[in-house]
Design a protein around this ligand. Sequence first.
Ligand code: FO1
Length: 312
Amino acid sequence: MIVTLAGGVGAARFLEGVVQVVPPETITVIVNTGDDITLHGLYISPDVDIVTYTLAGIVEPVNGWGIAGDSTNTLGMLKQLGADTWFLLGDRDLAVHIRRTELMRAGHTLAEIADDFRRALGVASQVLPMCNEPVSTHIETDAGLMHFEHFLVQRHAQDRVLGVQFVGAEAARPAPGVLEAIRDAEAILIAPSNPIVSVGTILAVPGVQAAIAATPAPVVAVSPIVGGAAIKGPAAPMLTALGYEVSAYGVARCYAGLIDAMVIDTVDADLADGIRALGIEVVITNTIMRGLAEKRALAQAALDAAHQVVTK
Ligand code: FO1
């Protein structure tokens, strides 16, 4: 079994490659739920949905979130009724949030619902939320403490980042199957997601970090920072706020002691020696995923790195 720790869009694109190189049913994706948010009375789980829609082949391809070709009639009507509609929710996407909220009220867990939905949408890989308890990533900024989605989407990441809080994480427990998947994995791949607020949130669930440190499986991370900038999203100000440099080396420092190898982009080849000095093997390749061939090649490079660690 191949285990991937995943955030949203970057992880989902990487996973499109992983399912090309290993049988999809042998993949378990452990997904960040720190971005989860309740809007219009509905429970929304952006990263779980992004991963599920992408693997189901229905994601909106340009943004990488939402459903391709979705309409926005419901949101339009909500707006007319005075609702705050800063978070764009399409009609078919809303159906997912309605059904999830209904099932949660009936006592089902996030993990059970994620499993139901991925099966209903024809996804062969396991999609496992990191925990069933509510955890919400909050960003400390010069404009105050705010939920991650308020920071990113409502306020366009305009505020200065001072720190990050994973509200509820101490009381959370890894969802059933998370620790077992990490223990029994053939390889653990950390997707090119934000190391602070996507992967960092998963690692903040008590027991997850220790399980990764203890697993005999090789652990390989793909750097989401290329040429000193994030491929997507607000990783740069977050790394800076927490004292890491905005580079593949900074990402390696986040993961030092936890990973065996890291895949970095060819433009960052000069950082390899510094990363190796942290005790991390380095594989240098193209990490920008434009088409399916590049996604597949990146997934293969990460798996090859895992194999190299094992056979070394
Ligand atoms: N990102 C945006 O930048 N603007 C949006 O309006 C927005 C809506 C949205 C709806 C459903 C969903 O699953 C994701 C959505 N995202 C949107 C993406 C999301 O904010 C982030 O990219 C992830 O949370 C980061 O992993």
